[in-house]
Design a protein around this ligand. Sequence first.
Ligand code: 5GP
Ligand code: MN
Length: 340
Amino acid sequence: MNTAEITELKALLSEPKRIVVIGHKNPDGDAIGSTLGLSTYLKKLGHNVRVIVPNDYPKFLKWMPGNEDILKFETHSDNCGTLLKKAHLVFTLDFNALHRLGPEMEAVLDKLDCPFVMIDHHQQPDDYARFTYSDASMGSTSEMVYHFMKMMGHLQLLDAQIATNLYVGIMTDSGSFRFPATTSTTHRVVADLIDHGAQNSDIHRAVYDNNSENRMQLLGKALNNLRVLPEQRTAYISLSQQELDACDFKKGDTEGFVNYALSIENVVLAAIFIESEKDEIIKISLRSKGDFSVNEVAREHFEGGGHINAAGGKSTRNMADTITYFISILPSYQNALLNA
Ligand code: 5GP
Ligand code: MN
């Protein structure tokens, strides 16, 4: 966003508006953290603000301050549709293409005339927004919300509720501050969040230390299904619908499993394939180390996208064929894999 756009947005926000803040489908810690953080800030400016996400999200995010006010389009489409049609301004956070909302919600957004503001850290943003704050070097959208408040000249409005939400987003998207996009600036932002009331240790515990026994059993199955392809420096995990059912799978249970594959010595590319009978797809998460771009792999082969080191997509083949296909494309990345 350039100075003129910031000035224009400041003018738009100088009078009370009806605002909707939106996160992507299958919201993660950064989607929920950034939308709740931003909405709390906008409310403090005197606006009427609602957060809408397309569908449900994991239990380990449901303690976050403001969680109870989040509307799910999936179960409240009429109410959400009305709010969207009446909105003066729509903020879209942690995604940069409207199809990431799913077809039903995308169709409603497509028909709106009000200006959109995008705040996002994925590569190659679409151009639907009147104001685009896009920065792929950022580790999280939540960190960008902090910088956005600063750009607006409103950091003095930072409070414990905003700080807690932004902390969750930064922590989860950075793998607890270890992924390469974590900078000294990230740590300075986080320090300021802690100074404003984010209880860092309690937050970590609330997000990560509430495993169910079923989830641990599922992790056991995932690790049992782990395969390593040393020549390609690749490891992958699969989970069938049957295995998920046997462990009473709940949303979010497989979060982070793919990182076990990536943690293997010499491995630079990791994948997890998760069957969804309901959606008739295999959901794929890809992770990498160094310069190897899983965003490219997801875009070229699995109708998806993401970042250089974390991306996702899907396959309409069955599990066995999806894995065979995945293995078949690896030779075309051989050099990149060896040099990552
Ligand atoms: P995850 O593997 O944790 O679901 O997602 C990792 C990253 O890839 C996230 O930044 C997410 O936004 C992106 N991503 C995951 N699935 C998809 C998808 O189906 N399409 C696109 N474009 N991006 C995805
Ligand atoms: Mn994010």
